[in-house]
Design a protein around this ligand. Structure first.
Ligand code: ARG
Length: 497
């Protein structure tokens, strides 16, 4: 019934220690019945089928979850009288051994190990006869859904911690920038628009990442439901107790419908969306770092540990981390759309297409982990060029809106005020001497009957930025309040972490 130690042609099995995957050639193998399900078959699977069908190379990384789920299942079977306590203890001991073998790289995988579920069961049964009972009332269909939910829950918890770490870094750098009164132009259409605090800018990214954490929490909530006990698709005639296995695995809820339990992967899609969205936020941060570290902006200097050089151009310092943060978002979006396409036409209940759920999820988790850790390092070490930022932020033209509002505060309709200031801007820009245009604007404002020297004070370095203080605004007073709320939100999100 289980893997034979020799194949039909008498050669030794392609078993290898953990780390390699048994390889097979394409073409009919001619081997005798070898898999867990071959009782019903007269012929053996072809090598080409096995190469396509086997998921062990990637689902092996769920071995901890698979074994935990088997322990819970076996304990439940004993509790309802389908196993003796002795059998349960023997199987659990065998599972413990299989877990150590895999963890320590001692597991000898058999060519017939299609996936982690069959591999664990095959090995446990070699170690202990009673393990032949461990698949009682269970199918790989509810088993794989259970394993993947456990794995996803753990991955969400890990990534949540990493994202919160990056938010903490942003909050700390924002606090520092706020203390030093750092400001830069805020942009629309990538054109200098109005000055804002650097803290305000950094905090904008922090709030977005906090929403990603929230989205991951939502995905976790829907992931945290046990499908174990649904069987292949319809439950069981045996007196199983799905609540007991759910409790044993720390799931918050149990499935309501066995068909739904084994066939839906919306929890994976939820998680992939949350990760893709987060990838997009990280990508936008990356794009700004690319711009800011260019000679044209010159707003930041990357730490040597988080920049790369050129093999040809000795002077180069490249923002590869930021570029990869931007580039990796593409594959995260691809994983989400790929999975959605896989799911869209599937009839109830389990279909083998669902095996395509794992690689995109695993890769998305690995990708976000890499990006967040590296960007966190960039943000912890990046040096802000306060002078370059202030020089751009204090360009009188970025205070044009504030001048218009100065007129509005004195009774002029906004549309008229906009016209007055726009006229002065146009006149100033007419100056042939580019370096004189800012000074020219200040002179025009001082000389204007509706404006004058008092309004011109808004054009002094930092003045416009300091005077913007509505709730949530980019000026220092509003930012002070915002940073306090950011700390509170971080503390609430990080509760228990
Ligand atoms: N490796 C399979 C998967 O990832 C496990 C479930 C297989 N179920 C089955 N009926 N063949 O989906």
């Amino acid at each position: 019934m289980f893997a034979d130690d020799t194949s039909a042609d008498g050669t030794p099995p392609a078993g290898t220690a953990s780390g390699d995957t048994p390889s097979r050639s394409i073409g009919p193998s001619g081997a005798g019945p070898t898999t867990l399900w071959h009782g019903r078959f007269a012929g053996a699977p072809s090598d080409a089928l096995a190469a396509l069908n086997d998921s062990l190379p990637f689902d092996r990384r769920m071995f901890v979850e698979d074994i935990a789920a088997s322990r819970a299942h076996v304990s439940m079977l004993a509790a309802v009288g389908l196993l003796t306590d002795g059998e349960r203890d023997d199987i659990v001991a065998a599972l413990d051994e299989v877990e150590s073998e895999i963890a320590e790289g001692r597991m000898v995988w058999a060519p017939t190990d299609e996936d982690i579920h069959t591999a664990v069961e095959r090995r446990a049964t070699e170690l202990c006869e009673a393990a032949a009972k461990m698949h009682t009332g269970r199918s790989r269909n509810d088993q794989v859904a259970t394993d993947l939910r456990l794995w996803t829950r753990g991955a969400i918890d890990e990534l949540t911690g990493l994202l919160l770490g990056l938010v903490r870094t942003l909050a700390a750098r924002a606090r520092e920038a706020h203390g030093a009164d750092l400001r830069l132009p805020g942009y629309t259409h990538l054109q200098q628009a109005q000055p804002v605090g650097l803290a305000h800018h950094l905090a904008a990214h922090a709030w977005a990442l906090l929403r990603d954490v929230e989205r991951l929490g939502d995905a976790r909530h829907r992931t945290d439901v046990s499908p174990l006990g649904a069987g292949a698709l319809a439950g069981s005639t045996l007196p199983l107790d799905p609540s007991a296995t759910a409790a044993g695995l720390g799931f918050a809820a149990v499935f309501e419908n066995s068909l739904d339990a084994v066939s839906d992967r919306d929890f994976v899609a939820d998680t992939l969306f949350a990760l893709a969205m987060s990838g997009i936020h990280l990508s936008r941060m990356g794009e700004e770092l690319v711009l800011w570290s260019s000679a044209e902006f010159g707003f930041v200097v990357l730490d040597d540990a988080f920049a790369t050089g050129s093999s040809m151009m000795p002077q180069k310092k490249n923002p590869d981390v930021a570029e990869l943060a931007r580039g990796k978002a593409g594959r995260l979006i691809g994983h989400l759309t790929g999975l959605l396409a896989t799911l869209k036409g599937l009839p109830l209940a389990y279909n083998k297409d669902l095996q395509e759920d794992k690689e995109p999820l695993f890769d998305a988790v690995d990708t976000v982990r890499l990006v967040v850790l590296a960007l966190d390092g960039v943000m912890q070490t990046v040096e802000f060029d306060a002078a370059a930022m202030a020089a751009a932020a204090d360009d009188p033209f970025t205070a044009a809106t504030d001048l218009a509002e100065w007129l509005v505060a004195r009774g002029m309709p906004f549309r008229d005020a906009h016209g007055v200031i726009a006229g002065l801007v146009r006149q100033a820009l007419d100056d042939e001497e580019v370096s004189m245009r800012s000074r020219r604007l200040t002179e025009l404002v001082s000389a204007h009957p509706d404006l004058g020297p008092e309004a011109a004070r808004l054009l002094a370095p930092g003045a416009a930025y300091h005077s913007r203080s509505t709730p949530g605004a980019g000026g220092p007073d509003a930012v002070e309040a915002q940073l306090e709320r950011l700390d509170a939100a971080l503390a609430a999100a990080g509760n228990g972490r």
